[in-house]
Design a protein around this ligand. Structure first.
Ligand code: SF4
Length: 470
């Protein structure tokens, strides 16, 4: 593995070891600036040394830097980006013989720390910038459960003047976080709540950073939940192009895509769009705020794109067979425009902190768990068989997303099962009650965390959707 690592530090006697563990593959971990920030903050201190762990390097049991066994570390900081990563984390903890203090953070822990409480010694809810050493030393900093149950949020700073460059999810690229949080209100999306409020870095500071690191890569991946909403998006992209970078935004909103933007990102072979639903009616239920015209016009404008990648969900509230047919129709329409099409279609996970948190998995509160699962499988089969004729299709299994739903909505009992070595199929059997609808008047497992929004607002949105579309 070749990488450029400006934060590397050699071990010297007296340094205390902190492990930064990404319980998934290197390609994702190296593209994660949150992980890089943990590593940077630990290594800039005089007392500590950080080394990194990924599941495909020594099975996550020895560090990338020096093949040091995890059990030789005092503290291990885990970042849980996807619910299933917790299975890898449990295996790593068990097989490594680690006996120090383990701490977990990342989006899955922020959305609902309870399933992780029996697995890790501490949980971190929020953004850790400039508090990493407090976490390492177990000080009562905001966000560090059980000392605090309040989500920590920060001003975006520019203390990290460089970054580790490796072969990551965006190729060999400089990754630049242009913003955090999202000003939009898509009802299925947990990002709008757990990273609120939306914050943007200035074009000036982004370009300065890119210029300082110009020699490290020819490509910049600009990342944010909704990058094209950055008020200076075009200035940023054209400034990066002037510096000689190829630019690739993590995603593009169809309604923000115009000719100027197409010109700025020309050279991008794949245009990724997320209609989420096939019909205008369901996109309205999701509060997605883009129309079919927006999508079609984005495809028309994107002349350089050979491939259009589309993201859809199914198992939405009020979903009918016609809504699924609308997905097929939209994909066929784009295919007829001469583009290759890739489709990713997955069941909705009704996530905590969203107006859909009270929905059952499968979206229909009138059906029981078994019926909802059966119906989701039928819908999956329909979409696969019809879409395969015109597109490359990626539809994950209904069971896999069911397990994600259970972990994201579960309580300590789910964590106990996972800590005890239960595999996903067993979780699905033994904790399927977390796939049921949740009673709107009852306290939810994650209500204990002060997230900084009013639950009544989510409830009003939920009721509105159920009245109009349910
Ligand atoms: S789905 Fe995207 S645009 Fe919508 S709220 Fe979430 S991050 Fe923002």
């Amino acid at each position: 593995m070749t990488e450029f690592n400006p934060f590397f530090k050699r071990y010297s006697k007296g340094l205390r070891r902190v492990a930064v563990v990404y319980p998934n593959r290197y390609v994702g971990g190296i593209s994660n600036l949150g992980i890089q920030r943990l590593y940077f903050e630990v290594n800039r201190s005089e007392k500590y040394l950080a080394e990194r762990f990924y599941t495909d390097v020594f099975d996550g049991l020895r560090s990338v830097e020096n093949a040091t066994p995890l059990k030789d570390f005092e503290v291990a900081l885990f970042s849980i980006q996807y619910e299933e990563d917790v299975f890898n984390a449990v295996r790593i903890l068990r097989e490594s013989g680690f006996s120090g203090r383990s701490v977990a953070g990342g989006p899955c822990v922020i959305q609902n720390p309870l399933p992780y409480a029996k697995i890790f010694d501490r949980l971190f809810v929020g953004e850790a910038e400039n508090a990493v050493l407090d976490v390492v030393e177990d000080r009562a900093v905001e966000g560090l459960v059980p000392h605090s149950y309040r989500r920590r949020r920060v001003e975006l700073d520019s203390e990290m003047r460089s970054e580790i460059i490796g072969e990551g999810a965006y190729g060999r690229a400089l990754i630049v976080e242009i913003g955090r949080g999202c000003p939009r209100g898509c009802r299925f999306c947990v990002v709008r709540q757990i990273y609120s409020p939306a914050r943007w870095r200035s074009a000036e500071s982004i370009l300065e950073f890119a210029e300082e690191n110009r020699k490290l890569a020819n490509k910049v991946a600009i990342v944010a939940p909704s990058p094209t909403d950055h008020p200076e998006f075009k200035e940023i992209v054209s400034g990066l192009r002037e510096l000689g970078f190829e630019v690739s935004p993590s995603s593009i909103r169809a309604d923000r895509f115009d000719e100027e933007m197409a010109e700025l990102i020309s050279g991008t072979r794949t245009l990724t769009l997320a209609p989420e639903a096939g019909s205008e009616r369901l996109r309205e239920a999701l509060n997605k705020g883009i129309s079919e015209d927006d999508i079609i016009s984005a495809v028309e404008i994107a002349e350089s794109a050979e491939r259009i990648k589309l993201y859809f969900m199914f198992g939405l509230p009020g979903e009918e067979q016609e809504d699924l047919e609308e997905i097929v129709r939209m994909v066929e329409r784009i295919r007829r425009m001469g583009k290759k099409v890739s489709v990713s279609a997955n069941p909705l996970v009704p996530k905590p902190h969203t107006p859909f948190q009270w929905l059952p998995y499968g979206g229909d509160p009138e059906r029981d768990v078994r019926e909802n699962l059966r119906e989701l499988k039928r819908k999956r089969k329909f979409l696969l068989s019809r879409l395969r004729r015109v597109a490359d299709v990626d539809v994950e299994s209904v069971e896999r997303f069911a397990v994600q739903t259970i972990i994201s909505r579960g309580d300590e009992s789910v964590g106990e099962l996972i800590a005890g070595g239960a595999r996903p199929s067993e979780i699905l059997k033994r904790a399927s009650e977390f796939l049921e609808p949740l009673p709107p008047d009852e306290e939810l497992p994650w209500d204990r965390i002060e997230m900084g929004y009013r639950k009544s607002r989510l409830r009003r949105e939920f009721e509105l959707v159920m009245e109009r579309f349910g």
